[in-house]
Ligand binder design. Structure first.
Ligand SMILES: Nc1ncnc2c1ncn2[C@@H]1O[C@H](COP(=O)(O)OP(=O)(O)OP(=O)(O)O)[C@@H](O)[C@H]1O
Ligand SMILES: [Mg+2]
Length: 199
């Protein structure tokens, strides 16, 4: 059984009279312990999908089976329990701290590395939204190395959202999202060790 099984999932947002289709008819499966890289342009629906997988939002339609349980059917309290028990998050801090000095940025970078280590310790599912976005090259690589190790050593299932297509080489699976839809799913029998990836 796949650890993640998303079936014809859609998420739309209603703002006033305007409907935004953020995710439309999304389907894919992920085996436990694998690394999935989600690529796609800005506004494609990547964060929406990640939020749904993390139990921070619920789909409008479809099923989201995690370890055999449909989290799309969970109420707020059940979702809180799911998040606490099963999910770790690594977020881009960039938007929160737009005006940092160089020194502060270095401190932030090591803080993010630490966060990545912390969350990579245990969760069954590790969700990363642009984890290297705010980081210098070297620290970004360190964070991704921690994430890759987590998948290998503790069977953590990892989802990484990124704009950086070079990072796709570390994925067992690469899902391209475009205009709310899954555009392509690629399986990679031999993911590249992070040390060999450059961008
Ligand atoms: N809470 C919301 N209410 C209304 N519209 C939303 C909401 N969240 C996302 N959207 C819209 O859904 C679409 C997909 O947004 P999403 O944030 O998932 O894109 P993204 O692929 O993560 O983009 P980026 O690469 O810029 O982070 C966008 O048109 C966005 O404006
Ligand atoms: Mg996003």
């Amino acid at each position: 059984m796949a650890y993640i099984d998303v079936r014809q999932m859609s998420r739309m947002f209603l703002t006033g009279t305007q409907v935004t289709h953020a995710n439309t008819d999304i389907s894919f499966k992920v085996e436990q312990g694998s690394v999935v890289v989600i690529l796609g342009p800005s506004g494609a629906g990547k964060s929406t999908l990640l939020n749904i997988l993390g139990g921070m939002d619920s789909p409008s339609e479809g099923e989201v089976l995690i370890d055999g349980v449909d989290i799309a059917k969970m109420n707020a309290r059940q979702l809180t329990t799911y998040r606490r028990q099963s999910v770790g998050f690594v977020f881009q801090f960039y938007n929160l701290v737009p005006n940092l000095t160089a020194r502060e940025n270095v401190e932030l970078a090591s803080q993010i590395t630490k966060n990545a280590r912390d969350v990579a310790k245990n969760p069954k599912l590790l969700l990363c939204d642009e984890p290297t976005g705010a980081l210098d090259y070297k620290t970004g690589k360190q964070v991704l190395q921690v994430i890759q190790n987590a998948a290998k050593e503790t069977e953590t299932t990892v989802i990484i959202v990124t704009h950086n297509s070079a990072i796709a080489k570390m994925g067992d699976q690469v899902i391209r999202i475009n205009d709310a839809h899954v555009q392509s799913i690629e399986h990679n029998a031999h993911p590249t060790p992070l040390a060999e990836i450059e961008w």
